[in-house]
Each structure stands twice: as structure tokens, then as C-alpha cells.
Design a protein around this ligand. Sequence first.
Ligand SMILES: Nc1ncnc2c1ncn2[C@@H]1O[C@H](COP(=O)(O)OP(=O)(O)OP(=O)(O)O)[C@@H](O)[C@H]1O
Length: 707
Amino acid sequence: MIPTVAPAPADADQAGSTTAAGASVPRSSKAALARFSRHRLFGSPGAVAGLVWLAALVIASLTAPLWLPFKTEDQDFTAVLSGPTAAHWLGTDELGRDILSRIFAAAAGTLGTSLITVIVGVGLGTLLAMAAAGAERTEAVISRITEVMMSLPGTVIILAVIGAVGTNIPLIMAILGILMSAGIYRVVLGQAKSLQSQLYVDAAKVDGLSPVGISLRHVLPGLANTIVVQAALIFAVGMLIQAGLAFIGFGPPLPQPSWGGMIQGASQHVYDAPWMMVPTGAVLALTVLSANAIGNALGKAPNAAAPHLPSAAARRQRAKAVAAIAAAPAPKDAEAQEAPGNGTLSVRNLSVGVDGAGTGNGVALVTGVSFDVAPGTVLGLVGESGCGKTMTALSLLGLLPSGVSVSGGQILWNGRNLAAAMEKDMEGIRGRDIALISQEPMRALDPMFTVGYQLTAAIRRLRGMGKTEARTEARNLLEKVGIVDAQRILKTYPHQISGGMAQRVAIALALSGQPRLLVADEPTTALDVTVQAEILSLLRALVKDTGMSVVMVTHDLGVVADICDQVAVMYAGQVVENGKTAAILDNPRHPYTLALLAADPHANDADNMPERLATIQGQVPQPKDWPTGCRFAARCQFAGSACTDPVPLLASGTGEGLVRCVKADQLAVEGMDWLATDVPAARLLPISSQHTTATSQHTAVIEKDLA
Ligand SMILES: Nc1ncnc2c1ncn2[C@@H]1O[C@H](COP(=O)(O)OP(=O)(O)OP(=O)(O)O)[C@@H](O)[C@H]1O
């Protein structure tokens, strides 16, 4: 019976990164070395030991003729069946032959022929999978053939081949590879199909890339991880089968030594010379274990089915960050002490940074962000790309990317600080209390399973329902998100439905745990305008019907106007203005909000549409380049010297919201517009002393500046 090799975890993310890595040229050999040393192979002591052992074995066997103390057939009749001695370090066999010399003389043949199985098995299996993934008919034919191959008794076939052609080990190992390729085909096919359904593959097809080109450029790099893992495992299996064949007398022709043959010889003297079994057995076991350890380490990639979920490293990192936050004294201000009600989210002074932020080594990505979301309301986080909206949103779910963590502040959910919750506790909150929908609905849907299967599995997991009940609930959920023919959609695969439909399904999936807060990261950006409107009205209806609250990340002020009760405008990792949506859109107080509105074609009446829309010169500064003063000052048409000092969030005048600008009151009084020009010079405003005490020092500076 030919053993089947356990499937390696599919790794779509890995696929992506491999492709990207393949495309990028390393900036320096130092960076390449650093990346190499961070490879997961080096995170496992077993794999490192295995690599060292295999490397030593290969070098020793290739150089064996140069250093071996004896020839393989040299006999020493004065030391028959001896244990380790100064002359024979690993002892001798029944003919007085040196065991050390025979082990290393046999090593090259054993390793080399096992490699033949790997090349034939993995190579053929991968080629077949790539061909099948690209065409349904080919897949049907190849799958039937491989099913037949898998049903054949492998051992009988190998023995029949030996009977026909003799003990030609390379040929036997090649035939073993062909038999094993059927199992590898099945493992690789799933991942190859998933890669074939990626959007970038569609884009490559549109660009006219041939199927072979697509397979080589886009599919093969994504399969690298699985292929390497399978190769390591097949290598180990190949060695064992080869030793087994030699043990039953089908090894290399005599007098050539082989590990299996030596073990067989030792088994004859297991009572009178038990030591004889030890060296060869240990070398074979160590070599098989090494290959397995390497395969296991390579297979420990993050799970493709759950790209959002944190890796072990991210969990450790979260535990560290949580411990630091828990050890920090609780903020004393009245706002932070307020106990939020049921279903209320209160974010207080949240800071997120790349590891080491706060200790001076990392970079802060989000600083001092505060907002509240009451049950049944929608908060919009709006701003340009790179302002920190996604980092803020993901921190609510404890899903920050690896290397990034909450470095301060509180995320109070029903009074409980999620910033100080352990990963295990977050697992109980994600999906059940707080759910996520993302910009790309396909991220939430596994291409390998039907919509019905995925929804039912989520409902059963999150709500503990039975199979039939969960199936009914899945249909109800699809109907709730506006899918008319729910029964049919339950049977479809994600690639068979449109983008808008997929987003509805992703929303249904998010609702499967009956969450009370939904984090929606640009849920309409990838959809066309009519579908955008449908999804927004669906979300509005869900908020109304279920009392669920939503944190909506968006670039689009139209979306904010449409659905949000409150809005927090973010710029360079800070909230620069927040308050009720209508108040902010009608009377923006921060120049950045003013500029965003001036640049938005939908914010202007059709009658008053300017000839040229306003632009905001420059770009959002990188976190490492944030100035100590106002972060928007370098792009602001109204900036003055007072803006070089840190600016606190101040009451915005109406008493409803807060604004982070020392000139907010002047701008409001003057009724200034953001000019649709490229004027780089600041339009300095006279600053009166009507600011709060927090800005009085800025006022003095500005007045001095203007004098
Ligand atoms: N994994 C990461 N490691 C380090 N920095 C990151 C990481 N992800 C994002 N950043 C940085 O954090 C800052 C905020 O990014 P974020 O994705 O939150 O912005 P955003 O406002 O959501 O932008 P977009 O609308 O494009 O998603 C950016 O400067 C970004 O480069």
C-alpha cells in the first residue's frame, strides 16, 4: 500500500507574498539575509537540527571516498560483530566490515534515489494539478485517472516491476513517484484552483497572458509552499520504502551496501550483537525525522481559510501589548471613567503602533483617537488613504496585522476594555459581539465551499444550532440581506455570484453570530454605484431592525452623508474633527474637512458646481514624518506659525463635536472656503483671543506672528 501524504495547509496569503516576493528585487543583501533568517524554517529548533543533519549527511556522503577509513568490503576478521572501538568507531558487522564506512557509502544512493521519487511524484502531481485547475474538462479526465491510480495496490505494482525488471532502484523509485503523484495532485489541485480564481488571474487573462503563462507566473509561485512541504514529506516516505524493500531483499545488488540491507543483516544478530542495529537504525531514523521536521516547519503557514485570524506570533505580540496596557494606570479624566451602557462602544485615547511604539523603537500609526458609538447608530471614520482608519477599525476586533499592536488607550465594549483582553477572550467576542465586513467580499468567502456550507458552518459554530436548524437560519439570513432566491444561492460557490451578491452574502455571514457591532471596512468601495446604494440601504435597514451599531470606514463623504449618524474625520493617525454628521457636513470647522468637502463632486450642488474642483496639495505624511504640531499644517491653506505647536481636540463651538485646529473659530466666523487653486502660501487669519485656555498660548504666538 503506498502511503498518502497528509495535505499541507493551503496558504493563499503565502501565495500572494511569494508572488510579490518573486516580483520584487531585494533592496540589499542585508535585507535579504534578514528576511531569510526570519523564515519560519528557522523558528523551529527541530527543523534547524534537521537541516544541519541533512546538510552534514549529504556533504559526508558526497565526500565519502575521500575520508572513509575503510572500503565497504574490507573485512577485519579480528573484529567481527564488535561494538565501537578506536579502529571501528561504529563497530563492525558479521564479516568484520566497518559499519561507519558502509553507512556513509550507502547514504548517497539512498538520498539520491529518494530524490528521484520526490522529483517524479511532486513534479508530475503539480503539473497535473496546474493543468486541471485551468480547464474543467481536463480536470475531469485527470481526476478520474488519479482516482484509478489511488485505488491500485502500490506494493503489488512495485513487486511486479521488480519481478519484470529486477532490482533497478532508480526505476523502482521513479515508479513509486508516479504512484504517489496521484495523492499530491489532489493536495495541490485545491490550492491551484483557488489561485486560478484570484482577481489578479482574471486581470492577467484580460491582459492576454496564455494559460501556460498564467500557470507559470501566477499559479506556480503560489504553490511553492505546498510543493516544498510535500517534497520534504515524500523524501522521508521514499527513504522508508526504499529501506523496507532492501530489508526484504530487493535492495541494490550485492555487494553494494544499503541502509535497509544493513538493518536486515543486523536483525540476524539482534541477540548476539544488538549494537549492530543501532548505528544504521539511528541514521535512518534521524534522516526521516529531519525531513519530517523540515516539512512540518514549512507547513506551519498561516491558514488560508482564515487570513484575518492572528498567527501565533501575532498572539504572542498581543499578549505582550495587553500586559503592558493592563499594567498602565487607568486614565483619570472623567470621560474615560464613564461606564458605557450595553452595546456601547467607547474608544478612549487609542494609540496603535508598530511594535516597540511607546518604548521609543517603534512608529505610532494612530494616536489619541477617541469616539463613542451608541447602540443602533452608525459612526463614519473618514479620511484619505493612510490616515489610520483601518488600523483603528481592526484594533476593535483585535485583528491588527502582525507587528502592529495597540500601544495605549482603551476600547471599552460594554464597559470591558478590549485593548487589554487576551486573544482567547477576543475569540469569544469576534463574530458574536463584533463582526467585520471588508471591502472585498471574496475575502470572507472560501472559493472551495458553497455559500450554504459556509453560512451553516458559521451559524452552527457561533450559535450552537443543529444542522437542519442552521440550514433554515442560513436561508433566513440570505432573505434578510435581500437575496430573493435564497435556496438557489445556498447551493452556489462564491465565484458563481456577482460582487454585489457576494457582499450581501458576506454581510449575512457577518450577521450569523447576531453581532451588536459591525465593523464595515469600505464595504461599498469595490461595488458599482447602483449596487453601492443597495448595500447602504440594506445596512441602514439592518441597523434599524436589529439595533446593531456600525463603525463604517470610508473615503466617501457621500456614504457618510447617506448612512452615518456621527462622523470622525481622521488625518495622519488622529481624529481632527468629530460630531454629528449633519453638523459637520453643513459647517465643517477643520480645514481638512473643508478641503475634503470642496474636493468632493457630490458635496456641491449641481447648480453651483465649480468649474474646477478643489485639490489638497501634497500627501498625507508617513507616520515617521509626523510633525510635532498640526499634522495637516504643511498642506493647509490657512496654516500659521501657531500651528507648529501640538494642537488638542477642542470644543467646536456648537458644543456638539470636537475639532483639532487653533483657527477653527476664525474660520467659522470668516466663512472661509477651501480654494480650488494650487496656491501654496498660507492664508493667515488674524487670531483673536477668544480661544479656550488650551489655545491661549497659540493665540499669543499667532498674534506676535501677525504683528
Ligand atoms: N502592517 C503594517 N505595518 C506597518 N505600518 C502599517 C501596516 N499597515 C498599515 N500601516 C501604516 O499605517 C498607516 C495607517 O494605515 P491604514 O491602513 O489604517 O490607513 P487607512 O486610512 O485605512 O487607509 P486606506 O483607506 O487606504 O485603507 C499608514 O501609514 C500605513 O502605511
